[in-house]
Design a protein around this ligand. Structure first.
Ligand code: AMP
Length: 286
């Protein structure tokens, strides 16, 4: 029987011993940062890393500094044992699940600041103050510890990918960034760790979010952006939803656009509250 000896590390010292050994053997390190409560979206990132990197390292760390809402942090699903089994099933080579003190040692200055210009002033950045500062802080720490060849991240968090691209550029990191297409449930709902917090009734309604995005995508060459946005907001205007934003933006600068011909790539992004859960999704338009 095939035995999978997935390495499990909680300390930087032991993780780095392992990584240094692999690097000295000339192996490339693929890194998949996650907050756990794994689903098939995360596992797709693991599979991509397995395909393109010699060693796949997954981290599981619910980073407190990127939560702007304490209830969201408290209620964030934590399923480490199940996560480890899922990672073993994908032949992930190693997992790093540090404590908060390991990531942010109290005796150390853990502050880190980057000016993202307008990238973090819109959409998630505008609605979740401090969120991307926390994301940048934790990823800078992971990059310093791991120095992977490639980091794999999901399109599901499109703005996060843009932020991380900018982070890698500004810190002149040699790490490559690979964006992996959003994995969806059969009914179109983007997989998310937060989906388990939806009630059965809410779960039935939730696919209206992706449907609205795909409808917008289908109109991109025939309707004006103003019209598409108006129609999308109308579709999302049901009592169960509170729409935070529905935006059509330049795929690079993330600034809102009025004309699809104005940019070389474009994305439609939305954030919707459904019950106690905040859901985000996006589709690439161009
Ligand atoms: P999280 O655990 O939510 O921080 O996500 C960890 C990584 O998985 C991030 O790069 C996410 O963008 C990615 N991810 C989350 N959901 C999906 C999905 N449905 N499809 C693809 N990637 C995803």
């Amino acid at each position: 029987m095939y035995m999978n000896f997935m390495k499990q590390y909680k300390t930087i010292y032991h993780l780095q011993n392992y990584l240094n050994k692999q690097k000295s053997l000339g192996k490339s390190i693929g890194f998949v940062p996650t907050m756990g409560a794994l689903h098939d979206g995360h596992l797709t990132l693991i599979r991509e890393s397995n395909k393109h990197s010699d060693i796949t390292l997954c981290s599981i760390f619910v980073n407190p500094t990127q939560f702007n809402n304490t209830e969201d942090l408290d209620k964030y699903p934590r399923t480490v044992e199940k996560d480890l089994e899922m990672l073993k099933g994908e032949n992930c080579d190693a997992v790093f699940f540090p404590s908060v003190n390991v990531m942010y040692p109290p005796e150390q200055d853990n502050s880190f600041h980057i000016d993202f210009g307008q990238l973090d002033k819109v959409m998630e950045g505008a609605h979740r103050p401090g969120h991307f500062a926390g994301v940048a802080q934790v990823l800078k720490r992971f990059l310093d510890i791991i120095n992977p060849s490639t980091m794999y991240m999901g399109q599901k968090d499109y703005q996060q990918v843009a932020i991380v691209k900018e982070l890698l550029k500004q810190i002149q990191s040699p790490t490559q960034l690979a964006m992996v297409t959003t994995v969806r449930e059969k009914d179109g709902l983007a997989m998310s760790s937060r989906n388990v917090r939806l009630t059965a009734k809410e779960r039935k309604i939730a696919p209206l979010i992706s449907k609205t995005l795909f409808d917008a995508q289908s109109k991109i060459n025939t309707h004006s952006i103003v019209n598409i946005k108006k129609e999308a907001l109308k579709q999302l205007d049901i009592p169960e939803f509170t729409v935070e934003y529905f935006e059509i933006a330049d795929g690079d600068s993330l600034q809102a656009i009025n004309d699809i011909n104005q940019c070389s790539s474009a994305v439609a992004c939305t954030a919707v509250h459904l019950g106690k859960v905040r859901l985000i999704d996006n589709v690439i338009l161009k």
